[in-house]
Design a protein around this ligand. Sequence first.
Ligand code: EPU
Length: 421
Amino acid sequence: MDKLVIEGGEPLSGAVRISGAKNACLPILAASLLTDKRCMISNVPDLKDVSTMVDILTSLGRDVARDGDTLEISGGSVKSVTASYELVSTMRASIAVLGPLVARYGEARVSFPGGCVIGPRPIDLHLKGLRALGAEIRIEEGYIIAAAGRLKGSRIYLGGHFGSSVLATANILMAAVLAEGETIIEDAACEPEIADLADFLRAMGADIEGRGTPTIRVRGVRELKGASHAVVPDRIEAGTYMIGAVLTDGRLFLENARAEHNLALIDKLRECGGAVEERAGGLDVYRRADRIRATDITTLTYPGFPTDLQAQMMSLLTLCEGISVVTEKIYPERFIHVSELNRMGSDIILEGSTAIIKGGGRLSGAPVMASDLRASAALVLAGLVADGRTEISRVYHLDRGYEHIEDKLSAVGAKVCRVRE
Ligand code: EPU
């Protein structure tokens, strides 16, 4: 397993090109199953999760060819409607093929995804939405087996215990575009990744109104055509580098980053003493104040502060003078990075789903273990600013969601290298 070795203390300075969004790309690739015509998806990041989704499409009978950052997905009918345990168990987002398969082929057999290190991740809202559209669903031998004639439009309230669900909205939206009649999704996820999926579906001929709002209205069509689409820039990758610029007291220009997708983070970075300025083609981010200050954060659904930036922000807060309180409202157990950050010298205690950070100290490099994608990114950021050497093992988590991270960081001055073991 590869390790990342970081010698801390170098400010990040220069330009970083932000890649296409993993979490937009994955459902968009699944949506290609809704048509038997060819689709071209560009600005696709080179990530492990993307290749897992490509493997799923291939296992269903599609040919997928990559040319640079563009994927060409062949037309034709699928040869199988089964997404196997071997593939689904490596990536929860595989559940996104459920809606398209049942809508287009009237049947689907998708392995039931388990929990994961960031806490329980139920799929009740996905199943509730598909049932509301008329699918019959049963669970057998660890698989979700869905069957339907043509799905029928319906009014569906998709809010759950933790608010709206990103992938449940994606699944129901993808199913509804081929359903007979009108579907209204209430408490739909408003994340930019869902808006981007809706844009791809519209390019395929779907009739969708209200993308990016809590009420999405879909008028079903009989069939969809092939389409080309460029994936939206990754706001979580952009946010990670934004935090990195402020944390290391450097200055980064983030090409393609969009301020409107990261308003909650920008607000908090400014409160801490960072500066974020919009420039043509991207964002300029640096530290404005001599001393960086504590702030409080609560993760929420979009446009609130994203859970996918909570761990990275915590690395910054360990350096901010004063006490910061971080409350996790999406995944109450998503704090696995805390013990690793404390190994590097931070002072963080947990009280249920709240972390209390006594900031303002220094971090000291240490061997640490990555446990999930965003926790790994938090450890990389901590390593960049720590005294001495940090070795991060289990780097494969980072490869799931950060395109060429060590190349991008090295190009802006970080001392980071990958050691193959
Ligand atoms: N939830 C339910 N029932 C459901 C579905 C979700 O109770 O049927 C709960 C979840 O347990 C959680 C909350 O609703 O408490 C929100 O989960 P959501 O369904 O929105 O998460 P997701 O769609 O499975 C996507 C991202 C995650 C990101 C979350 C929240 C993708 C591929 N994944 O997951 O990204 O954390 O939304 O924004 O889009 C990551 O990239 O590191 C990552 C984990």
